[in-house]
Design a protein around this ligand. Sequence first.
Ligand code: CUA
Length: 316
Amino acid sequence: MDLFKDLLLPPAKSTVADNYDQLFEFVHMSSLLLTIAVLAAIIYFIIKYRRKSENEVTPVITHNNALEITWSVVPLVLVLFIFGWGFQVFLDMTSPPDDAYEVQVTAQKWLWRFQYENGASSTGELHVPADRPVRLVMSSNDVIHSFFVPDYRIKQDVVPGRYTSVWFNAPETGESTIFCTEYCGTDHSNMTGSVVVHEEDEFETWLAENAGGGTKPDDLTPAEWGEQLVQENACNTCHSTDGTELTGPTWQGKFGSEEPLSDGSTVTVDENYLRESILQPGAHIVQGYDNVMPPYQGVLSDEQINAIIEYIKTLK
Ligand code: CUA
């Protein structure tokens, strides 16, 4: 049974996962057994009732009550049993315990942002304490995304203009991958993240260290911090730093250059142009590119934007 599970499913790392997997196994194993039983019966009947002589005539059989009741009642009982079990697991998965730790999740093309109750925030990495229920309250800044952690067996759509929620309890420390599982545009497949599960005290330390949210860590220069922000906010999935052309213009040698715009005019790439392009990317589109970048207004603080601009300046 474990081999079967290892083949089909990722490791089970949340409290609902085991119950969920048992149901999954039951549905698959019972389907497999029934399929084999039906195939065996078909083969048996093919051989037993094959035509044996030229003048053999098939008898007329109108119906068989006992047989018809059997093949209706047995599957009905089986399906009701699976429904009852599934409903119980569903209730488990949709009712967070009252003492759950809450994290606010914002999805946008193409990243995940997490905000914690003490003002700390993180992008791409969700930090949680081990062995404690965590409830995520989620919404989207643009289109529909879906929050999926296969290791936890949880998946929930994240919708603009309303809140949805999902909860989990990961008993062990470690990391699990977050996927976006609702097609949301060019970089949907890169819209991943990870859940980092800490020991309780380690988690408190992380929270305290990140309480400042959008301020620069003391040990980094603005440009170094900018580089870190670029990774966290996934800017590098569309903008290369080595001249490679991706979805958006490369940043190599961009600062100070003259760029032709889609309206036929030209712009000098200075601090003001970069700032505008981060906050309202649609305002002045570089020729040859599509207006696909999401606005970072309200996502990045002024200090963070300055750091990213400092970083871009270093890419000569
Ligand atoms: Cu976000 Cu797919």
